[in-house]
Design a protein around this ligand. Structure first.
Ligand code: PMM
Length: 260
């Protein structure tokens, strides 16, 4: 899954695209180079980020989603708002990627149930402005697995087909660096819950801290390493900025597994 942030302030690629046409061209290029999904987001979730208004978010994402869908690119919409999810599915998106797993907007799960699209439910504790105040865990793998199981139950109660749900541990969201490593090591426990699993490690700070690389764009090799290892564990997808590196990494992992 390629990341297409149409925000002025995302942590690694904010402000990269000058206009809709540039963003659309970047999304088409991601699909052409191996992204099976392009994930369009109009609200930065970088730690400490303030929220954007609904209208601003809609103005940023709907034209890009619409043009990509028309070009035949499978689009997921990265939003915590039901109204944005609804507008983007109407514009052609086929998946909703909700970093709050339905907790930020009480209309989200029932809206998604009615839209009949795939739904990513990520582990989340608070909006980005405050999330790093909530990094206490008894056992992070156990706590996140339990929270994701509860979100899966909430999805089912709202009428979402469990086959449509994808779970995501939410690396970097209300997590300290060691929590992210423990969650990666604990992927088998998350996979055992049942649904497909998505991992979003791309360019995140815990990789920069490990390798002493303060620039997010210098973390793509590390990201590809995570992609290979996560693919070998059996995750369904990896959400990345550099599609080519992770596409190659995932292919290596696949060939390795298939030789069994
Ligand atoms: N991370 C970010 C944004 N959206 N969605 C999912 N499902 N999983 C993630 O880990 C995730 C996400 C933050 O990264 P960005 O600013 O590079 O988009």
């Amino acid at each position: 899954m390629g990341v297409l942030n149409v925000t002025p302030d995302s942590f690694s690629d904010g402000g990269q695209y000058g206009d809709v046409a540039e963003a659309v061209a970047a999304g088409i290029a991601m699909a052409a180079t191996g992204a099976q999904w392009v994930d369009v987001g109009g609200e930065s979730t970088r730690p400490g980020a303030a929220r954007v208004g609904l209208e601003t978010e809609l103005e940023r994402v709907v034209p890009v989603v619409s043009a990509l869908a028309q070009a035949g690119v499978p689009v997921s919409i990265d939003t915590t708002r039901a109204a944005v999810a609804r507008a983007c599915v109407a514009a052609g998106a086929q998946m909703v990627n909700d970093v709050s797993g339905g907790l930020a907007d009480e209309q989200m799960l029932s809206t998604v149930a009615g839209l009949e699209v795939d739904y990513v439910a990520m582990h989340w504790r608070a909006h980005s402005a405050h999330m790093q105040e909530f990094t206490m865990y008894t056992d992070v793998v156990d706590d996140v697995a339990r929270a994701l199981s509860h979100r899966l139950e909430a999805c089912e109660r709202a009428g979402i087909d469990p086959e449509r749900v994808i779970l995501d541990p939410g690396l970097g969201f209300a997590k300290q660096p060691h929590h992210n490593w423990q969650l990666l090591h604990g992927l088998p426990r998350l996979l055992a819950i049942g649904p497909r699993v998505l991992v979003g490690a791309s360019r995140k700070r815990f990789l920069g801290e490990l390798l002493d690389k303060p620039e997010p764009a210098d973390r793509d090799v590390a990201t590809a390493a995570v992609s290979a290892l996560a693919a070998a564990q059996g995750v369904w997808g990896v959400r990345v900025h550099d599609v080519v590196g992770s596409r190659d990494a995932v292919r290596v992992a696949q060939a390795w597994q298939e030789a069994r």
